[in-house]
Design a protein around this ligand. Structure first.
Ligand SMILES: [Zn+2]
Length: 394
């Protein structure tokens, strides 16, 4: 367990990060605070990359593996401050909990692994094997895994720990997600003479019904590769007596292990080809949504919205080594999967790096009004991260 002094240190660092509001693309304040903390705590190097990710490193005296802790420093917005019991950026402490946006998702975890790394370096006098990296990552909330690509390029880690909420349990996988865009193209005309045009919305209605007949893919552990319609838009909008010439529908596709950009689109494309063969007036296109966001550094972050799933066997040596260390410390972690998408999508899903999740708090505290972190969870996870370092850097 942590000493009182170390407990205060992690609590104060967490509070400092909460007080810097940091919606996606506006992480400069929190990045600055994190950079400052890493320097004060004696990290060997502190770098900020082109997207604004903050990366700290402590090198052991002996050669060994590279261990990276990943935590995003952006948060979802507060929609109505008046709904909050305590102000969302004041990091007030009440009944053993720190309140504020980003406490559980996930500045608490960032404060914890930064503190744990400093504690570990101090206690071992850096006489450990390998290199310890901590990363405060931008733009995760709607672009998971994209800014992280820059970090794995810079660090080339052997292991990655995702600090997203897990109530101190180990998470060895997650479904990924893709955003699929379906577009139909018609021919505009006055709606008083609809036979002169092609109504793109009628065409889309047919397409949507056909898509509903597709069988979802399935994985014994991760479940169904769900494909769900999430929005639909026609143009011109409003129509004002015009037969719409364009319609666009977005689908959320949950991705299973091994599914690729190509394998996911293939059955949809086949179905569309079949529908177009049956109806010469139907023009339909299927593709991935492309996102582009501005970083606080001025650079743009861009990519197709396709974030793969991943899953490790719980009997993998690195998972078992960590589990055993935590059990020796008196913790009782279970091994399951995350129910949501994380930066693990890049590290494990794209880059094939050995990855697991371990974090404080229940995952359902994320994105809520009155979000908080229990100080008990915060100090315990700091202790657990220390255990991970012991298990993997020897
Ligand atoms: Zn998160």
């Amino acid at each position: 367990m942590l000493t009182k002094e170390r407990e205060n240190q992690v609590v104060e660092l967490c509070r400092k990060l909460i007080m810097k509001q940091s919606y996606s693309g506006q992480e400069d304040g929190v990045a600055g605070a994190l950079e400052e903390a890493l320097k004060e705590l004696g990290f060997d190097s502190v770098n900020v990359d082109k997207y604004g990710n903050v990366i700290g490193c402590i090198k052991g005296k002996r050669p060994g593996k590279k261990l990276l802790f990943d935590g995003h420093i952006d948060t979802v917005p507060v929609t109505d401050e008046t709904e909050w019991k305590y102000p969302p950026f004041a990091a007030e402490i009440h009944d053993g909990k720190i309140y504020g946006r980003g406490t559980s998702d996930m500045k608490g975890a960032v404060a914890a692994f930064v503190s744990a790394a400093a504690n570990f370096a101090q206690d071992t006098d850096r006489d450990f094997a390998g290199e310890l990296y901590v990363a405060g990552v931008v733009h995760e909330e709607c672009f998971e895994g994209v800014a992280a690509r820059e970090i794995s390029k810079a660090v080339c880690p052997d292991y990655v720990v995702i600090g997203e909420a897990s109530t101190l349990n180990l998470k060895v996988g997650q479904r990924g997600r893709g955003e699929i865009v379906v577009e139909t193209f018609g021919k505009p005309c006055h709606s008083a003479n609809p036979e002169k045009g092609i109504n793109a919305v009628y065409k889309m209605a047919k397409v949507i019904e056909a898509i509903r007949t597709l069988e979802p893919t399935n994985h014994p552990v991760l479940g169904d590769g769900i494909l769900e319609l999430t929005d639909i838009k026609s143009a011109p909008y409003p129509g004002a007596s015009v037969v719409p010439e364009y319609c666009r529908a977005t689908y959320d596709r949950r991705l299973l292990v091994g599914e690729t950009k190509e394998s996911v689109l293939e059955p949809l494309q086949k179905l569309m080809d079949q529908l177009m063969a049956e109806d010469p007036q139907l023009k339909v296109k299927v593709s991935y949504a492309v996102g582009e966001e501005q970083c606080y550094t001025g650079n743009k972050i861009q990519g197709e919205r396709f974030f793969p799933g991943w899953l490790y066997d719980e009997n993998e040596a690195f998972v078992q080594d960590v589990k055993k260390e935590l059990e020796d410390m008196g913790y009782t972690p279970s091994i399951t999967q995350y129910n949501f998408c994380t930066n693990g999508s890049h590290y494990a899903g794209e880059a094939g790096i050995k990855t697991f999740g371990l974090g404080p708090s229940q995952e359902n505290l994320a994105h809520t009004v009155n979000e908080y972190i229990e100080i008990d969870q915060l100090t315990k996870v700091t202790d657990c991260y220390y255990g991970v370092m012991k298990a993997l850097l020897k």
